[in-house]
Design a protein around this ligand. Structure first.
Ligand SMILES: [Cu+2]
Length: 478
């Protein structure tokens, strides 16, 4: 038997189409090669957000635990998840940020029937992009996510950044009553303002857990904002983190500098942090997105162990890009979506289901936001409504998202990752690949993408109370 070295194997194939295909996409593994199979039960549970001694909180959670299990797959693998619904209401799972086939996207009526009480549904899809993602329901989303249904989904790179260890933080924000119970959901005030801000912020479902580190170690910290509405702006006292990925997609590693690291609901940021301080020291991690309400999220606590290395490491290397196509900007079709309404937004009225209505009348129906002068009706079983735009499969598009309201909105698009190419007309030096972009009041952004994934794809604000009250529509690709 003759053993072929890799080189002679490739040489042997030279000139064939197989070799050409193999050579042209060196970073993309064979699709569908391996499956990871798991099952998840969505069910009520009880958790101690404040540690063992504090009040207990009844939650809805994957496996009864907050957050749900960390799902880990390798880039190119197929993930199969058997969802069993033991909640007191219908549900689905949406795989936030993953570009998967439409029927697995988990949006009720748009991509699948909701999974009934006591029913099962098997999600089964191939994963082409590496990075930090997450999963959560898309039915009664404000309440289901707000009660604890969410978990991290980590897609490992073929060639990850080299670190000593990796840490996943699911950030969440809860509105908790004195008795430890979750406060009731709903109400127009949250919907018309900044969304459901809470009074208890957790990391992986707990408050007050120190971030234990050892001097000299290099840590990859994967941050996921699973809060309904809270925008985080993190500051790591005494440390200089590198930002290495945004919404799962690698960026050229750069120190985050003096400003806070901003993560809006739905968003993810991967950091590499060198633990450069001395054994036994402690530092604060603060959230100062809302400067007047800044607070300490956690403490970095150095162990007494001697440093893991004596010399600082070199800058982390940029990881390989995911295979997201870049659109043809010159010939791209342009579309504008102007987000309007909410408190202090100056919107007097809008069209709802073909009828001109005043804002007060709309508010009585729970609708307070509009896009281009129209309130988007909720997507319902018997009427999914009209797409915001219809895009020909394979064509290039630039969407201008203009925030004409008094609040910031993280706008999220399903089924595609887009390239953020400019803010307020100023081109980004290097476009960022994202699936959720935070748009400040009165700001506009241009995002560009190739409409290559056929189907109806939700497009909405990830402040879940905004999505519920008019900031959710869909785009049609086909
Ligand atoms: Cu919003």
């Amino acid at each position: 038997m003759i053993k072929l070295s890799r080189r002679s194997f490739l040489n042997g194939l030279a000139g064939t189409t197989a070799a050409a295909a193999l050579m042209s996409v060196p970073n993309v593994p064979a699709l569908g090669a391996v499956s990871k199979v798991t099952s998840i039960i969505a069910k009520p549970g009880t958790t101690g957000l404040f540690g063992a001694d504090g009040n207990m909180t009844d939650v809805w959670a994957y496996g009864g635990e907050v957050p749900g299990p960390v799902l880990r797959v390798k880039q190119g693998e197929t993930l199969k998840v058997d969802l069993q619904n033991e909640l007191p209401q219908k549900t689905t799972i949406h795989w936030h940020g993953l570009r998967i086939k439409n029927e697995m996207d988990g949006v009720p009526f748009l991509t699948q029937k909701p999974v009934g009480i006591g029913q099962r549904f098997t999600y089964d899809f191939n994963i082409q992009d590496a990075g930090t993602y997450w999963y959560h329901p898309h039915v009664n989303t404000s309440e289901q996510v707000g009660r604890g249904l969410h978990g991290a989904l980590i897609v490992e790179e073929q060639d990850p950044v080299q670190v000593d260890r990796e840490v996943v933080w699911v950030l969440d924000d809860w509105r908790i009553q004195k008795d430890g119970a979750i406060a009731p959901f709903g109400g127009l005030h949250d919907a018309a303002h900044a969304g459901r801000y809470g009074n208890v912020v957790t990391i992986n479902g707990k408050t007050g857990t120190p971030f234990k580190v050892r001097s000299g170690e290099r840590i990859r910290l994967r941050l996921i904002n699973a809060a309904n509405a809270r925008i985080f702006g993190l500051e790591f006292e005494g440390h200089e983190p590198w930002r290495i990925a945004i919404d799962g997609h690698p960026v050229t590693p750069a120190k985050t500098g003096t400003g806070p690291i901003v993560i809006a609901p739905g968003g993810r940021i991967d950091l590499v942090i060198d633990m450069t301080a001395k054994a036994g020291e402690t530092f604060k991690i603060r959230d100062r997105y809302h400067n007047r309400f800044a607070y300490t999220l956690a403490l970095i606590a150095y162990s007494d162990q001697k440093p893991i290395r004596s010399k600082p490491l070199e800058a982390p290397k940029k990881m390989a890009a995911n295979p997201v196509p870049f659109p043809q900007l010159g010939s791209a079709e342009r579309h504008e979506m102007i987000f309007q309404g909410g408190a202090m937004g100056g919107l007097r009225g809008a069209t709802y289901k073909g009828k001109e209505m005043g804002l007060r009348e709309l508010a009585r129906m729970g609708m307070v936001w509009a896009v281009n002068g129209e309130v988007i009706p909720p997507i319902e079983e018997d009427d999914i409504g009209k797409p915001m735009v219809s895009l020909k499969k394979g064509s290039s598009h630039i969407l201008r998202w203009r925030n004409d309201t008094a609040f910031a909105h993280p706008i999220h698009m399903h089924g595609h990752s887009f390239h953020l190419i400019s803010r307020n007309g100023t081109k980004l030096f290097a476009p960022l690949i994202m699936d959720t972009v935070l748009i400040a009041p009165k700001e506009y952004v241009d995002v560009a993408f190739v409409a290559d994934n056929p189907g109806d794809w939700a497009l909405h604000c990830h402040i879940l109370e905004h999505a519920k009250s008019g900031m959710m529509g869909f785009v049609r690709v086909g």
